[in-house]
Design a protein around this ligand. Structure first.
Ligand code: SER
Length: 317
């Protein structure tokens, strides 16, 4: 029987992943933790505890005491925020990973999921249909920490048998918990502002294409990778995950189909340079072949879903 620990359950991914895992593995077998309080739905459906992944002794103790077999470590400072506190962000992102790798090695929690990102690529990487194996010279502190993390994950797999699994998430789009401090956050904010004000001031320029994915697809595929037969995994660093690529202008045009008066203004800030260093589209054929990566939401379906759900959330319809 699997017993699963999710670190960072109050964040954008964790708040949805915990509920999905509980459906499959049973409420009592999915332990949700964070350094801040969790959403009500998580606290009410199963175990929740405050846990700081930077506290190694406590983390190891937790894994042993609860006989954890799998860990999802989602704790990180995202790209935009990391640029404001580079050394601190490096320290937090790397220590969070190294603690879970070491704790996995020293306990029975051998299976570990850790998210990487399209941020591992940099300005010298081919920008269109970025291959799985290519030039990687990230120039953001977030990207450097993700690339280093991928190397460490593979190292712990080869050297200590830690069952490390990872995907390079594109920008993730969801309505339950908003992201904080990322460069792709505009693609979430735009929907909330569309419902609230029918207008949005975008911090990226209109032609900035980035890969994105709707959260349902991201969660489904994450669990699929964790359930995959280890024999099928040709990579132990991190798999490319493409999702859908679009620009702010294309997204605004899609929203206008539902709200014809929707207005958008472009005021690029420091995050433009980050976005410019990332791929516009990704090739994820290795993940498709190895473990069956599949996605369902295109731009149209995702936009319709976001607008409907956020309308319900804000206006209570
Ligand atoms: N979505 C993240 C960010 O923008 C990238 O992984 O920081």
């Amino acid at each position: 029987m699997e017993r699963i620990l999710v670190i960072g359950c109050s964040g954008q991914i964790g708040s949805e992943l915990v509920l999905e895992l509980r459906k499959t593995y049973g409420n009592g077998n999915v332990f949700a933790t964070d350094i801040k309080n969790a959403p009500e739905e998580i606290r009410e459906t199963g175990p929740f505890q405050i846990l700081d992944v930077l506290d190694y002794k406590n983390l190891l103790h937790f894994l042993v005491r609860h006989k954890i077999t799998q860990v999802y470590n989602l704790a990180a400072v995202l790209s935009g925020n990391a640029e404001k506190i580079p050394l601190q962000a490096w320290d937090i992102n790397m220590r969070a990973l190294m603690n879970t790798l070491q704790a996995a090695q020293q306990s029975s929690a051998k299976k570990l999921f850790w998210p990487s990102s399209i941020a591992v690529f940099g300005p010298t990487t081919p920008r269109i249909s970025t291959p799985q194996l290519t030039v990687m010279e990230p120039n953001t502190v977030y990207g450097i920490s993700k690339l280093a993390g991928e190397r460490w994950g593979e190292y712990f797999y080869n050297k200590y048998g830690v069952d490390f699994r990872s995907v390079r998430y594109p920008g993730l789009i969801s309505y339950k918990t908003e992201p904080g401090g990322g460069t792709t956050d505009y693609a979430v904010e735009i929907f909330f502002e569309a419902i609230k004000k029918n207008c949005y001031e975008c911090f990226l320029s209109e032609d900035t294409a980035l890969p994105m994915m709707f959260m349902d697809d991201a969660i489904k595929n994450t669990i699929k990778l964790m359930d995959a037969d280890p024999e099928k995994l040709s990579l132990r660093s991190s798999y490319n995950m493409a999702g859908i690529s679009f620009t702010p202008k294309q997204l605004a045009a899609e929203i206008s189909k539902h709200q014809p008066d929707f207005c958008i203004e472009y005021k690029p800030d420091f995050r433009q340079a980050i976005a410019d260093s990332w791929p516009a589209s990704i090739d994820d054929s290795v993940a498709r072949a190895d473990w069956g990566l599949q996605d369902e939401f295109d731009l149209e379906k995702m936009s319709h879903h976001m607008l409907t759900k956020i309308d319900e959330k804000i206006n209570g319809i």
